[in-house]
Design a protein around this ligand. Structure first.
Ligand code: ADP
Ligand code: ASP
Ligand code: MG
Length: 411
């Protein structure tokens, strides 16, 4: 007998039929003798619909009120699922984030969980209930509703699993595990039996939205056994694990992540003097714009070019700021491009293997894809390319690194 926290995402609860199917699944786990806490998302499309509603009233919605609105999607699903369970003779109780007492800070729209009171849940579990908790939401010290950022129900699931010391946190979604790359883009993408927390964190940070980044951070920090599975078909899914020292042969590359959310800005002909990077990026960060990749060229004629990427939503704002900096510094001009994509290969096996980056560059060159920016870390290599080549590039790398083959181990 085990305690499982099971999170079901938007598509998995996307209709009355799907909610009934989830109830059947949960009932089977109960019949096998397990204790179950279920975390649910809003029905698919619902959170977007709620955001549109808010924007129809206020184009830049008040962050506090937007959280009040966005959190209602999950409240509908918990009630419906609790009813579907009760209908099947399974005692169930639904709770919003505030009712369970998921305390967060007050950063509306991206709140962080600070504390979870497990008393009520433990009492209910002891009394034989399945507990159905609304994902993606919490409450701050003043009693205001907060949300945890898009995809945040994953984090609710992991946080509850940590608080309850569950045997496993199971993330049920519309794919049957974590793949070598998004299976909706590459047909030959392969499900991984295991992936390390570190790799999963990179994959999530670099664009693989199968798990919210924070949920992976949380699971790594509190050592929560985490598994991604399909709510539609049975299977083992993918287990997210600590790095297994015993495994001698690791794949060099575990996966390919990508994202189309970034835009690139360049300031050309900047005087090459100390403090310039700060003068360029200071005003950008003062405007709360996050910068991702940064490249500064070697100076020629005492001037240099400086390029960085920001979220695509911040492109126009960053461009206007950079234009002002350009005038102040007497730089030549500002260029921008928001039709770029970032593509990354991820793998802990890279640590012990040279030549991974050059193999990546060779595969892209073979397809005549120009690399605009490069950044590397111990376990990833990222490149920026034109967005129109993204799918071709992902497929080229997927086959260059033989990710479609079952046993991709170090040669
Ligand atoms: P949910 O609504 O259940 O939270 P999401 O849409 O957030 O589901 O996440 C599942 C989706 O993540 C899949 O449908 C898939 O398209 C996408 N995805 C991106 N990268 C990967 C990957 N490496 N492995 C599996 N799925 C991925
Ligand atoms: N419903 C929220 C979203 O769409 C949270 C989630 O599904 O995880 O982002
Ligand atoms: Mg999700």
């Amino acid at each position: 007998m085990a305690l499982y926290v099971q999170k079901y995402g938007g598509t998995s609860v996307g209709s009355v039929e799907r909610i009934e199917a989830v109830a059947e699944k949960v009932k089977k786990f109960r019949e096998a003798g397990h204790d179950i806490v279920v975390v649910v998302s809003a029905m698919s499309g619902e959170t977007n619909r709620l955001i549109e509603l808010a924007k129809a009233i206020q184009p830049q919605p008040s962050a506090r009120e937007l959280d009040v609105i966005m959190s209602t999607g999950e409240q509908v699903t918990i009630g419906l699922l609790a009813m579907a369970l009760q209908k099947r003779g399974v005692p169930a109780k639904s709770y919003t984030g505030a009712q369970v007492a998921i305390r967060t800070d007050s950063a509306y729209g991206k709140a962080r969980i600070q504390h979870i009171d497990d008393q009520k849940m433990r009492a209910d579990l002891d009394a034989g209930y399945v507990i159905v908790v609304a994902g993606f939401q919490g409450v701050d010290d003043s009693g205001s509703i907060t949300t945890l950022g898009r995809g945040g129900s994953d984090t609710t699931g992991v946080a509850l699993a940590a608080a309850l010391k569950a045997d496993e946190c199971q993330i049920y979604t519309d794919v049957d595990g974590v793949y070598t790359t998004d299976p909706r883009v590459v047909d030959s993408a392969r499900r991984l039996d295991r992936i390390t927390f570190e790799e999963m964190l990179e994959m999530a940070s670099l664009g693989s939205k199968v798990l919210q980044i924070r949920s992976v951070e949380f699971a790594g920090k509190y050592n929560v056994p985490l598994r991604v599975l399909s709510s539609f078909v049975d299977g083992p899914g993918t287990l997210i694990t600590l790095e297994d020292e015993e495994t001698v042969e690791k794949p060099i590359i575990s996966g390919i992540a990508f994202n189309r959310d970034e835009a690139k800005l360049t300031i050309l002909g900047v005087p090459d003097v100390p403090g310039v990077a700060y003068k360029i990026l200071g005003p950008v960060s003062d405007a709360n714009i996050e910068v991702d990749m940064i490249v500064q060229n070697v100076a020629a004629d005492q001037t240099t070019d400086f390029t960085f990427t920001v979220h695509r939503n911040d492109f126009e704002k960053a461009q206007a700021i950079l234009q002002r900096t350009c005038n102040e510094l007497g730089a030549r001009e500002v260029n921008g491009n928001n039709k770029i994509a970032k593509l990354s290969i991820v793998g802990v096996g890279m640590r012990s293997h040279a030549g991974v980056a050059s193999k990546m560059f060779a595969a892209l060159a073979k397809e005549s894809i120009n690399i605009q920016m490069i950044s590397t870390s111990e376990i990833k290599v990222s490149v920026v390319i034109a967005e129109k080549y993204l799918e071709l590039a992902v497929r080229a790398l997927h086959s260059a690194f033989e990710l479609d083959k079952a046993d991709t181990v170090a040669e």
